[in-house]
Design a protein around this ligand. Structure first.
Ligand SMILES: [Zn+2]
Ligand SMILES: [Zn+2]
Length: 327
């Protein structure tokens, strides 16, 4: 039984893109690489593109947090950042398993703008007969969602939504069974506060740890939240900052890849995807963070080998909009 995780938005804080001039400069660079490689013919374009990885050519994405987790029988969505608009379009065009009336299950981590800004553009809200279920640990979940559909911030008030909307306040650390998915909320290190989710389907487990500063790293510090990081196939971790920036931006609620790697090495996590990319981070800057992460990763493995520390390899990368991982 496989578990699929699709990333519709991986940017943090604010949807952001290069300027048109920035894209022109980027396209110019790509065209130069094409000709510098000695290529000339249109028939060579496809092969040239296939040699690039997606972020090198198209960047890491512009949309804020929205993640779709699905098994063959059940689907859920984590957060309603601007990425949910594209997911909504796919659902309405029938290009996903879910029917256009749902039921839809949206799990909220917290209510910072970047995690809910896309909700008014989730089309099923306006469809008679649609059922939308919201889940969150925050006790005022209903009030917080109602506040999104409110004049003068949005022209359609909550009372005018055609869909039937349901609210489910979750108990921390208590597993909810949704079809064949088991969902358990754990607290992250973020202001206001923010809850991560551990989602399991049979023997596959996904751990959603965005937004978090990762201020608690040791098992003792993590206390009741430690299981979020244990027996995990894929962890999605906040890496908005470089390691030196982390010290400058203490208490801003975001982390660095090195923190996630340390947890993964200790807890034997198989794979990590880093995300919540800074809105100001260019493709080049994220590449540089990726390079720094690689240097740390290699140093950590070498150090472990020299000191006979039993740690295994961890598969890791930086997430981009549209990436899908099948566990
Ligand atoms: Zn965020
Ligand atoms: Zn946040």
């Amino acid at each position: 039984m496989s578990l699929s995780i699709k990333y519709w938005g991986v940017r943090g804080s604010l949807p952001s893109s290069k300027t048109p001039q920035g894209w022109i400069t980027h396209i110019e660079g790509v065209l130069r690489s094409f000709f510098n490689a000695g290529l000339k013919e249109p028939s060579q374009i496809q092969k040239f593109i296939e040699n690039y990885d997606v972020p090198n050519l198209g960047g890491y994405g512009t949309a804020t947090t929205c993640v779709e987790v699905s098994s063959s029988k059940q689907q859920l969505i984590i957060d309603g950042g601007s990425g949910i608009r594209i997911l909504s379009e796919r659902m309405m065009s029938g290009r996903t398993h879910t029917s256009t009336r749902g039921p839809f299950h949206i799990f909220m981590t917290h209510f910072h703008w970047d995690h809910l800004i896309g909700l008014p553009f989730f089309t099923p809200h306006f469809m008679p007969g649609a059922n939308i279920h919201y889940y969150g640990v925050q006790k005022d979940l209903e009030k917080l969602i109602r506040g999104v559909f409110q004049k003068p911030y949005f022209p359609v008030p909550y009372e005018a939504l055609a869909a039937k909307v349901h609210f489910h306040v979750l108990e921390p650390y208590k597993t909810l069974q949704l079809g064949d998915l088991n969902v358990t909320p754990y607290q992250l290190d973020h202001p206001d506060p923010c809850w991560g989710y551990k989602i399991s389907c049979k023997d596959k487990t996904y751990s959603h740890c965005v937004d978090t500063e990762g201020t608690r790293v040791s098992r003792e510090e993590l206390g009741p939240d430690l299981p979020l990081y244990q027996n995990v196939d894929l962890m999605y971790f906040d890496a908005q900052y470089t390691f030196p920036e982390l010290a400058e931006k203490a208490n801003w609620g975001h982390s660095a890849a090195q923190i996630g790697l340390d947890i993964a090495f200790r807890e034997n996590i198989k794979q990590i995807l880093f995300a919540h990319h800074d809105p100001g981070a260019s493709i080049q800057q994220i590449h540089e963070i990726r390079q720094q992460t690689m240097e740390y990763y290699n140093w950590r493995l070498q150090h472990a080998k020299q000191s006979n520390e039993p740690i295994g390899e961890v598969k890791w990368d930086f997430a981009y909009d549209g990436l899908e991982v099948i566990l």
